[in-house]
Every structure is written in C-alpha cells, then in structure tokens.
Design a protein. Structure first.
Length: 255
C-alpha cells in the first residue's frame, strides 16, 4: 500500500489588490488604442523600489511594475514568516535537491509597449522569466524558478506546480503566487474586440444576464512547505493543501 502524500502547509501569505479600474465605455472595433481606456499611471517610477532591494535607480526605472510588486510581496511574506534569506539559503535538508523554488503566475506583459518618453537608454522591460528569477537571485534561492501562464488560472497553476516540486524533493520550500496589472490600453482594446468585457462593469459568472467579465488587478504570494516541517519549525500555519490537480476544458468556448 502506497504511503499517503505529505500535506503542504501554507505557512505564510501576503497579497495586495489595486482599486478596480472601471471603463466608462466599451471600445468599438474602430476605436484607437487610447480611446476610452483608463490611463496607465503605473509607468516608470510609480512603484518605489530603493536600495533595500539592491537595485540601481536606472534598473528600477526600467523594471516592469509587475516584477517590482511581486518581489515586494514575496519579501513581505518572508518577513511575516520570520525567515531571513540567509536562513532559507542554508536551511536545506538532505532529502531535498534545493532550498526554495519560485513559481510566478503572470499572463500579461505589455509594459514595454509604453516605451520611454524621453528616449535614451532607460527603455522599459517586461520579461516574464525575470519576474521569478529576480526573487531567486535576490534571496540566493537555487530551486526551480519559472513564470507560469495559463491565463486566468496562472496563480493556481503556479501553486500546483510548487506543491508538486516539493513533493518530488526538487525544493524544500516554495514561494508561489501571481501578479496581474493592466499597464497599456492595448489590453482593453483586445478584450473589447473579443467581446469579452462586461458592458455594465459587473460579473455574473454562470448566471443569467452574464455578458462578460471585469478585469481585475492584484498581486499575492504564499510560502509553502511540508506540513510536518512547518509544525517542527513552529511556523504560523494559515492553511493546509490536501491535494491539487490540473486539467483543461478542451473544446469549450470560455473559462
């Protein structure tokens, strides 16, 4: 008889959610890229990132706000746990291949489309792989480090992959979560052309009168480890993952 799979503890969690951006009107197919779209104030320099994260001002200016926010929330989650990056980097048990893995759900990266208004060398970057790798590099983590894009389920898929990595011994702990910001009007233009947006700004998932969805923005992470390890280490446990799975809805026309 096979031994039961170890349960995973959600040892720490941190999240932040932006105020929803509500559209005044749905775009017509002939609308220009800027017509009716909420302006993006999350461009260069809005989200502060100082030397606390070992970045130069020029690097912080170029970085996608999604990358900055994911890094900050991951940092806050570890602060909440009471773990230092030095402790995590060296606290690996023999049965695990690496210390900490990072799994970041991200499905939109239009920040580079904004360009740099003054030209020069500070062109913005939007690199999904860097969103996860930035956390691993800063904290000296040597476990799996990857972005995950499965559309609306990206963050949950990231958590599923993190759970599997811990169970396979690929990392002792994991930071998993996701970030989603709408930083360029083209995203709203595309959603409108696809007729995916709710016309009255309300979601009625699987309900009568449903005619689309309302885009949401936010960022969140959880710190995962085996339940037995969390109990041994005296961590505050916010939840327990008994199991997870992944599949696709095949030929259906929506999520």
């Amino acid at each position: 008889m096979a031994s039961p799979r170890p349960r995973l503890a959600i040892a720490q969690a941190k999240s932040a959610y932006a105020q929803p951006r509500r559209q005044s009107a749905i775009f017509a197919p002939s609308a220009t890229a800027n017509s009716g779209a909420p302006s993006s104030n999350a461009a260069v320099g809005e989200v502060g990132l100082d030397y606390h994260y070992d970045h130069s001002p020029r690097e912080a200016q170029r970085m996608d706000p999604q990358e900055r926010l994911f890094l900050e929330v991951a940092w806050h989650a570890l602060e909440d746990a009471g773990w230092t990056r030095r402790d995590l980097a060296r606290a690996r048990r023999a049965e695990f291949s690496a210390n900490v893995g990072v799994f970041a759900g991200v499905t939109s990266n239009p920040y580079a489309l904004l360009g740099h208004p003054g030209g020069g060398h500070a062109a913005p970057t939007s690199l999904p792989w860097s969103l996860a790798n930035r956390v691993s590099y800063l904290f000296n983590f040597n476990g799996p480090s990857l972005p995950v894009d499965t559309a609306c389920s990206s963050s949950l898929t990231a958590i599923h992959l993190a759970v599997q990595a811990i169970r396979r011994g690929e990392c002792q702990q994991a930071i998993a979560g996701g970030v989603n910001l709408y930083l360029h009007p083209s995203k709203f233009s595309h959603l409108s052309l696809m007729q995916m947006l709710s016309r009255d700004g309300r979601c009625r998932a699987f309900g009568a009168g449903a005619d689309g969805f309302v885009p949401g923005e936010g960022v969140g992470t959880v710190v995962l480890k085996r339940l037995s390890d969390a109990e041994r280490d005296g961590d505050e446990i916010y939840g327990v993952i008994i199991g997870s799975g992944i599949s696709t809805s095949c030929c259906c026309t929506g999520c």
